[in-house]
Design a protein around this ligand. Structure first.
Ligand SMILES: [Zn+2]
Length: 183
């Protein structure tokens, strides 16, 4: 299979994936593989056990279930109202238990993301709800490819300090020509 897929091929590829296995992690993995990205699964010792690891580009991908990870859940702290969202509905029974459980997961996720960021890693999160419906799924996956590609491109860029050199050169040229004009 070639790396570049036409939209039609992509569509075919997607329907094939969906027909075979609709588990969100599997959908994302198969997509990335077909797009030519290489990754590892279950890398030990990384915070939060990410679903997909691209060590070379210091990138991890989490595929989050909306309920367990409290997607769009608004939580302002203890004794405050929790506003649940379309994709994370807090059950009406044992409400306190669920709120505690889910907000604890959210806090843990947040701490993990911070740990990666401090270490200079990229964290990409795909939400379960973003993979629902064929069109939305395709858009989510294409956006994911796009993000990974920009991370890869950035990793090839020269270090920041080189950005200033052309300007210094320009200043020197300008000064010289000024002197030259005076003579
Ligand atoms: Zn969601």
């Amino acid at each position: 299979m070639s790396d570049k897929l036409t939209p039609e091929q992509r569509h075919k590829c997607m329907s094939h994936i969906r027909a075979k296995d609709t588990k969100p992690e599997v959908v994302v993995r198969k997509w990335l593989w077909a797009e030519g990205f290489r990754y590892r699964l279950y890398v030990k010792g990384l915070p939060g056990s990410p679903d997909i690891v691209m060590k070379k580009y210091k990138t991890v991908i989490f595929i989050n279930g909306c309920f367990w990870h409290g997607h769009n859940l608004v939580y302002r702290g203890e004794n405050e109202d929790v506003v649940d969202s379309k994709c994370c509905r807090i059950p009406k029974t044992r409400t306190d238990f669920w709120i505690q459980k889910i907000t604890r997961n959210m806090q843990r996720d947040y701490v993990n993301v911070m740990r990666y960021k401090r270490a200079g890693w990229h964290v990409l999160t795909v939400w379960e709800c973003q993979l629902k419906g064929r069109e939305q799924q395709l858009q989510t996956l294409m956006a994911l490819s796009h993000k990974i590609n920009s991370i890869i491109l950035d990793s090839y860029r020269l270090p920041k300090r080189y950005d200033f050199e052309p300007e210094e050169e320009m200043a020197m040229v300008a000064e010289e020509s000024f002197d030259y004009g005076k003579k």
